[in-house]
Design a protein around this ligand. Structure first.
Ligand code: ADP
Ligand code: MG
Length: 696
């Protein structure tokens, strides 16, 4: 197809520029260049005066008369200069290349529209290599809105600054005119009144007015989100129409004995509902892929255990993957304790296990002697072989990508059922874009008897009061966390903060009346475990730590969480940390310590925390506050792959795209209609790129 032509064959590109475009901008084909969009536009009619122009503007538009053309030589270098004057002042235009051509074509004492990036050189301002047009031709042959493309130094050195790229694009558009195929079904274009792909692309590179740009961009964003949803929903559709899931027909001895003999409390209504949803999947004959959302402490882990027991009852093994060793250890300890006496073998596999121990676990696993394996990333290593893996739980999923997830299901001939649990709730739009391939279950109810945590904001001035409060709580038999931020770039500085903090706590809370634990990421695993255990057993009253305790740690007697430099944490992290308390019957407290002065967003975060304990509300606020920029981490890690749309501002488009795909698949499950031909084409082209799509 014409659009698949390698970029070097475009007139004006060639092998050298072609290579550069590939390496610098990822532009390999004609299609890639068409989809390389301007990041902004300059309105040619918005002319600045020379006196008032913004020196920092990357592209100013001026209107003035050109005079004093001069060739200046200094050493070997020659340059051409001219004076541009308007009613308010003048500045220098300068060229270093193509002097003869410029000199011959410029008309002195004539009015021009002049555009470019101002450059300060010594005490005067110049415009190097400006873009120029005769002023009286305005509106006839020229464009009012000029696209500005981002470029790189290497590309600029080969003439591909924004104007160079614009020229290539213009040339390409002329060449492919009438050959940009439509990718969306006609009915979809009609339903939302969207422009065709060809016209949207043309408008984005050649806009006539700003409204057109908005409409064209919406069309392209819709397209992006639509195909993301199609990937997800088609994968789901295939999963549900193929009968390759294990059928867990029975609820057996293990489940029943655990439920009736071991479980000390009633399940919440929400837990019961979710277990039922999962049960239905496991019986359906189709492979389950389900996201389990629920607030911190809502009892997700327990639900996961119940489902693992069903897998065991049906003759399968189960495994659980956690993002950190601390968490894996803890799950292992908790689950071992909970199923004690049922004759189940629960083992642990993490990176820090001794080689001999690892080998033994792997042997026993392959021999089917292990029923439940709990671990970290170590679980997805190649040489970990199950004898009969039927159920996979992935805890705190947002740290794992789709690829890592998919590695787990290659560990079984028949793909296992998969349950993904998030640490905290995520907003709906994010869930739809990140986990659109999963069915979703929500636990929206906390176990009974939990008192809402009281959250208090305190500044450094109130530290003595906070210490007094801690003393009072400890006197009542409670335990206290004191958490410091640890952010990677400034790790050593933060570590010093932590150690200083620890020293001052030890001074305020001296032995033998008080015992203080400390845990941070630079400690040996054994030392960490030792300190953690002392705190869990209640031998120490205060745990000073970094965010290593962020997820999952469960000490019901701890009722006070003091977060130092709370303004440096993100909302979801604060919520996670707060979730470490409030697990027992006592009233719990979270104290957010900050400096006196806060940034706006810092103040907003603290206020949100003080105002609500609802994880779903916090997740929404978090997404709004952080904005799409901060989702870049997700984007770079390949977890969130959106080029144009952003899920905060484009929420309505996310919803529309999802609904549209749903409607299409409902009406035409095999996409057989003519109208849906473009979708069949897309899927046939894309299936190879998505090895996980058949199973995930
Ligand atoms: P999550 O994984 O959602 O953060 P957990 O499963 O770790 O939550 O549960 C948090 C705590 O609540 C655990 O101590 C667990 O034993 C307890 N728990 C779970 N479900 C219930 C329930 N229905 N009633 C009382 N306590 C519960
Ligand atoms: Mg948990």
């Amino acid at each position: 197809m014409l659009l698949d032509t390698p970029i070097e064959y475009l007139k004006g590109v060639g092998p050298v520029r072609g290579q550069l475009l590939q390496r610098e901008l990822g532009i390999f084909t004609f299609a890639d260049l068409l989809e390389y969009f301007p990041f902004r536009y300059v309105d040619r009619s918005q002319v600045s005066s020379i006196r008032d122009m913004d020196i920092d503007d990357p592209y100013v538009v001026l209107r003035g008369t050109v005079s004093n053309l001069r060739t200046v030589s200094s050493g070997k270098a020659t340059r051409l200069t001219a004076l541009l004057s308007d009613a308010t002042g003048s500045l220098e235009l300068v060229w270093f290349q193509g002097l003869k051509w410029v000199k011959d074509s410029l008309k002195p004492n004539t009015e021009y529209i002049v555009m470019g990036k101002p450059n300060i050189y010594g005490d005067h301002i110049s415009l190097p290599h400006p873009d120029m047009e005769l002023a009286d031709q305005e509106g006839t042959t020229t464009r009012k809105y000029i696209p500005v493309y981002s470029s790189t130094e290497k590309l600029k050195a080969k003439g591909l600054h924004t104007k160079g790229i614009a020229k290539l694009t213009e040339q390409l558009l002329r060449q492919v005119h009438g050959n940009i195929p439509e990718t969306l079904p006609a009915s979809v274009l009609q339903r939302y009144n969207l422009p065709s792909r060809a016209s949207a692309i043309e408008v984005i590179h050649f806009p006539l007015n700003p409204q057109d740009i908005t409409i064209a961009m919406q069309r392209m964003k819709f397209e992006e989100l639509f195909f993301l949803q199609l990937d997800y929903q088609w994968a789901r559709h295939l999963r549900q129409s193929s009968a390759d899931g294990r059928v867990f027909a029975v609820i057996g001895n293990l489940f029943n004995r655990f439920y009736h003999e071991k479980l000390a409390f009633e399940l919440t209504g929400a837990q019961k509902r979710v277990v039922k949803e999962i049960r239905a999947d496991m019986r359906s004959g189709h492979q389950m892929n389900r996201l389990l959302q629920g607030d911190v402490g809502s009892g997700k882990t327990l639900v996961a255990l119940l489902c693992m027991l069903i897998a065991l009852d049906n003759g399968c093994q189960a495994c659980m993957m956690a993002p950190t060793e601390i968490l894996a250890n803890q799950h292992h300890a908790n689950i071992s304790r909970m199923v004690d006496g049922l004759g189940i073998s629960v083992e642990l596999l993490t990176g820090s296990l001794k080689a001999s121990a690892k080998r033994k676990v792997k042997q026993r696993l392959a021999a089917g002697e292990i029923n439940i394996l709990i671990g970290t990333h170590a679980l997805i290593e190649k040489d970990v072989q199950f004898s009969n893996l039927g159920f996979v739980v992935i805890d705190e999923q947002h740290r794992f990508g789709v690829e890592q997830r998919s590695k787990l299901w290659t560990k079984s001939q028949v793909p296992p059922h998969v349950l993904v649990m998030t640490a905290t709730p995520i907003p709906r739009t994010l869930a739809m874009t990140l986990y659109g391939d999963l069915d979703c279950s929500i636990i929206d109810e906390l176990p009974p008897g939990r008192k809402p945590i009281k959250t208090i904001h305190a500044t450094d001035h109130q530290r003595l009061k906070v210490f007094a409060f801690m003393r009072q709580q400890i006197a009542m038999g409670r335990q206290v966390y004191v958490v410091y931020p640890l952010i990677e770039e400034s790790e050593s500085l933060d570590l010093k903060d932590l150690m200083d903090g620890y020293d001052s706590i030890v001074r305020e809370f001296p032995m033998p009346d008080y015992q203080v634990s400390i845990v941070h990421g630079r400690m040996e695993a054994t030392a960490k475990d030792y300190e953690m255990d002392r705190f869990k057993r209640g031998e120490t009253q205060i745990m000073v730590s970094t965010t290593v305790i962020e997820v999952g740690v469960d000490v019901p007697n701890a009722s006070v969480m003091v977060i130092e430099n709370a303004e440096r944490f993100g909302l979801s992290q604060l919520h996670q940390l707060r979730g470490r308390v409030g697990r027992g019957a006592d009233q719990s407290f979270c104290i957010l310590m900050t400096a006196d002065k806060l940034s706006n967003s810092g103040r907003e975060r603290i206020k949100t925390m003080v105002d609500t304990t609802d994880g779903f509300r916090i997740a929404e606020a978090d997404l709004k506050l952080r904005g799409p920029g901060d989702l870049q981490g997700l984007q770079q890690s390949g977890i969130l792959q959106l080029k144009l749309a952003d899920i905060v501002n484009d929420e309505p488009i996310v919803r529309a795209a999802r609904e549209t795909v749903q409607d299409i698949l409902l009406a035409d499950p095999s996409l057989a209609s003519n109208d849906n031909a473009p979708l069949r084409f897309y899927l046939s082209k894309n299936q190879k790129k998505l090895p996980w799509s058949k199973i995930s």
